[in-house]
Structures are given as C-alpha cells and as structure tokens.
Ligand binder design. Structure first.
Ligand SMILES: O=C(O)CCC(=O)C(=O)O
Length: 287
C-alpha cells in the first residue's frame, strides 16, 4: 500500500457502500501465524469443559452463562453439526470448533499485535471514530462440510451504541469463496436504520428487541446483495449498520477468518449490551 492510508477515495467508498474490501492488506505469513496459533489453542481446549457438550441439565442457562461471561476471555464455541444426539463431539475437536471468542485480541500476544496494526488505527480514525476501543474479537473457522451459516445481521445489533459506531475489521486468513461460505453484503444497506438490538435480559438471559420488523430481502444478486469473495490476507471493513451474512460451508475446504469489532469510546457503552468487560479489565484501544 502506497501513499496516504486510507486515501480519501477509500473513505468516500466506505461511507457510500458501507464496506471496503482491501486485498493483500495482511501478509500471508501473518495470516498463517494466526492459523497456527488458533490450532494450538484448540489443541489445549478440553471440549468437556464447555457447557453445551455433555451437559444434560439446564443447558440453555449454562450455555448462556458461558457465552455472556466470555467478553474478556478466550472461549470455544462449537459448530452445531459437531454434536451427536448424546451431546458428545462427533468429530475431532480441530474440525468441530465454530469460533473462539471474544477477547483473543487482549489475551493472546500474537492476536494483540495483529489486531493493533497501526494501519488499523489510522483506518478507523479516518472513518470517523474518535476514541477506538477494541471491544470484541472472533476467530471464525467455518469448518469443512459443517461450517454453519451466519444469518443476515448488522453488527450494531450486538455491539450497540447511540448513535451506532461499531466498525468490523474482518480478515480472510484463508481464501473465502462462494464454495466455502464467503460473506455477502447489501451495498448501501447501512443507510437504513438499525433493525434489532440483542441485549442482556434479567436473570442471566438475553433478548432480541425488534426495532423494525421488516425482514431483510432474501440474499440474492437480484435483490442487490454482492458476494465478498476474499483471498487470504484481505481485510473487509464493515460499517456497523451494513446488512451482511455468510452461507454454510458445504465444501471440503475450511474458511478461517479473524474479526475485530471496534466501538467509539466517546459514546456511552450500555450496561445491557451482551458483551461486558469487567471493571478491572476494561476494553483498550490500539495503543
Ligand atoms: O465470518 C463470517 O462468516 C461472518 C462474520 C461476521 O458477521 C462479522 O464479523 O460481523
């Protein structure tokens, strides 16, 4: 990348379309290093420790608690297709994990360095963020054959501020193609308002508040959606109101990706957002 980054043209494109696709942003070796590190983390993970595996009683409650307390942790979430009827894994754990969340960027030095690349700070600042806070990270596996779909959503549904400020920084660590479930997005769709808000409810539960019940148009090119095919090393930048999704992976190739979600720390962060950081380990910026 040469010249000022991001260029005024890129900034204008982001505001017009609600997303940017930047091929070759991360060198292949840095992507490979993250894939290898995620492999080590999965090696060290004990599936029986997570409540959705082998759990027989009060499963929903314990699963919610495992998820809701993951805001500053490194936790493992499984592909739905990886659990047999007895609740046990039906395949090796290396091809059973759906994602690792939600604080690799703070808990793991390699992920922290990757997430805090100075170009990212320059990018989100140029896109209008005044005090960027790295609120969430996810390592997404999209496993061969069983990689689940991600339904159409806006990131501000999950990481809400008023006004919405979240920006998604999504990195293809492996090639993301039509075959293995690349993302799709609705260009310009960020101009519509927020459709729903996912929040903590009482007694350790969660709720989805519907703000606009109109469903998303079906994901077809005729309806204006475009596939975001992304070669390894590509950075996809997503406006927090942009509708985006990804299909299931029916291919025999995995589609590893890493995503960091940044919010503007000058805005109040609601106490009922699902993702909370403990007072003694608050979200940090790029420094
Ligand atoms: O990787 C995917 O398939 C979806 C990721 C996503 O929706 C996000 O990072 O906001």
């Amino acid at each position: 990348m040469t010249g000022t980054f991001p260029s005024p043209d890129l900034v204008a494109r982001f505001h017009r379309d609600g997303f940017l696709v930047l091929p070759g942003f991360m060198p292949a070796e840095r992507c490979d290093a993250l894939v290898a590190r995620a492999g080590e983390l999965v090696e060290g993970f004990e599936p029986a420790d997570i409540p959705s595996v082998f759990s027989t009683t009060d499963q929903k409650k314990t699963t919610d608690a495992y998820f809701l307390s993951s805001g500053d942790q490194v936790r493992f979430f499984l592909e739905e297709g990886a659990l047999g009827p007895d609740g046990a894994l039906n395949r090796p754990k290396s091809v059973a994990v759906n994602k690792i969340g939600h604080a690799l960027h703070d808990r793991d030095p390699l992920f922290s360095d990757f997430s805090r690349d100075p170009r990212l700070a320059a990018l989100v600042t140029a896109l209008g963020m005044r005090d960027p806070l790295l609120m969430q990270s996810m390592y997404i596996f999209k496993q061969p054959r069983i990689g689940g779909e991600v339904v159409c959503h806006q990131d501000a549904t999950f990481l809400y501020t008023d006004p919405p400020s979240v920006i998604g920084l999504w990195f293809a660590l492996q090639d993301a193609t039509l075959e293995n479930g690349c993302m799709w997005a609705l260009p310009g769709g960020h101009a519509a308002g927020l459709k729903s808000r996912f929040a903590r409810a009482g007694q350790g539960g969660v709720r989805m508040d519907v703000l606009d019940p109109t469903p998303w148009p079906a994901c077809t090119p005729e309806n204006g959606y475009v596939p975001l095919e992304a070669a390894k090393g590509t950075l996809v930048v997503l406006h927090g109101l942009l509708p985006h999704l990804s299909g299931p992976n029916h291919s025999d190739k995995s589609r590893h990706a890493y995503a960091v979600h940044v919010v503007d720390g000058t805005l109040p962060y609601p106490a009922d957002n699902w993702l909370q950081r403990p007072a003694d380990n608050p979200a940090r910026g790029f420094a």
